[in-house]
Design a protein around this ligand. Sequence first.
Ligand code: CA
Length: 366
Amino acid sequence: MSLRYSSVLAITLLLTACADQPRSVKPVVATPHAEVPKTASVVASDEAAKTPASIADESPKPFDLTRPDIVAFIDSLSSKHAIPAEELRALLSQGMFQPKIIVAMTRPAERVLAWWEYKDRLVSNERVARGREFWNTHRDRLSTIEQKTGVDAAIIVAIIGVETNYGRNMGSWRVLDALMTLGFDYPRRAEFFRSELEHFILLAREESWDPLTVRGSYAGAMGAPQFMPSSYRRFAVDGSATASAPGRRDLFTDWDDIAASVANYFTAHGWQSGQPVLFDASVPTELLGVLDRRNLELDRTLAALRASGVTFESTLPDETRAILIPAETATGPAARIGLHNFRVITRYNRSVLYAMAVNDLANSLR
Ligand SMILES: [Ca+2]
């Protein structure tokens, strides 16, 4: 899941964890992404007194492995997973604290994007054109996966397009550095990132990777679909059964694995084949004023929406669960209606803007 320094979207509008998209909502549970807060201030640590600007002037440096928190981390992993502590120390001694990662995480959002601005950036003509080209190149494998899983090829393509511009921007930070920096020196999210560091160490062993060479976003998200290590371990699948290395899940270069893993993430989160993601709607002004874009729950029914004056075209049952999504246009407030599959997309990245962009990009590709 994001803006990177090298990203085509390097305009610092919002901070996110994947490689490409401007995310605006702080996620609360595991997604493939790193759950990077929209705005963050460094608190409660040795780094607390430093402003991001002063951290930015620091040089990358190795970690002090005698730090009690790092000693505790090594002891815990060693006993939990029967990995010799010496081996873990040898690995972690190679990790570098990267000041620029802290700066990126603490950089405040300059402002919150309106939906139409966000859409302009993510569903650009260029991204649509590249998506069509990508779909053409991978047509056969995408059809196979769509038939097998029921997850629309267009959605898979759109996710990869929004995350990394179809594999172009997968991130250039060493994942070990990113996860150690955020796990040990970013107190606000340390617990989450230490857990991801643990998953990363296990993943590298499982996949026979050299953990020193794996690269990803500054938050440690990896590959074309930007999976965090825990999601990689849980949801990545081997989509290339006939390949020479069966069982290997390679989200960096194996497009069978990449597409199958995105589809698997969606099926695991309840994607309903052939069902709509959202409807456009006409919404009374008084309802538009109270919408909260942080809300991700299907907290209304279509019948209730109709009763409150919302108009839309649908033949779905009255009791269908739905969410009213704020979707500002250039001319003013507006809203759309999200359905079950909309919510499933927000499991990938907890943002209504993200989910709308994936839907609209997918529609533009069809
Ligand atoms: Ca494979």
